[in-house]
Design a protein around this ligand. Structure first.
Ligand code: DQA
Length: 157
């Protein structure tokens, strides 16, 4: 089903957060900041208010649940914004799920993963994404959304 608002096709985006991001706000605030995941969702909603976007938010601490969510929503969505958290660095099954559903995907991180511990510098997800944005805090989600929306428009043009 395609939804139109005032004649404009709505872009449907899955916004997914991986393990431990439910603890944002209390988890290592010196690295991840003071915003809770709820705050982030609220701010994303404000940010995309006028961008003709519909979204579904999902957070899980379980790799398989994230993969199931991707499978279940693959026909609904036009694109994916994902902070895979630690799965970024080792989850080949998440990588395969992202390439398998064949939707434009942007990987985002609050912290600057390229400047942290060596194991965080590698992303096994990056190659199956349109872009990776990191180190901008909440701004990573905003910039990631801008890139994703542009990509969806390009693919649907
Ligand atoms: C993170 C970075 C990952 O290395 C880490 O495991 C996270 C959060 C970030 O947003 O900066 O859980 O994805």
């Amino acid at each position: 089903m395609t939804y139109y608002f005032l004649g404009i096709k709505m872009k449907k985006i899955l916004i997914i957060n991986g393990p431990n991001l439910n603890l944002l706000g209390e988890r290592e605030p010196e690295i991840y900041g003071h915003l809770t995941l709820e705050d982030i969702i609220k701010k994303i909603k404000e940010y995309i208010k006028n961008k003709d976007v519909e979204f579904k938010f999902f957070q899980s601490n379980h790799e398989g649940q994230i993969i199931d969510f991707l499978h279940e929503n693959r026909k609904w969505a036009d694109g994916i914004l994902i902070n895979p958290a630690a799965l970024t660095h080792y989850s080949y099954s998440l990588r395969d799920a992202i390439s398998g559903v064949a939707l434009p995907t942007v990987e985002v991180h609050l912290s600057g993963i390229s400047k942290r511990e060596p194991f965080r510098r590698n992303s096994v997800i990056k190659d199956v994404c349109v872009a990776q944005v990191s180190g901008l805090g909440l701004g990573s989600y905003f910039k990631g959304l801008d890139i994703l929306i542009r990509e969806i428009l390009k693919q649907n043009a």
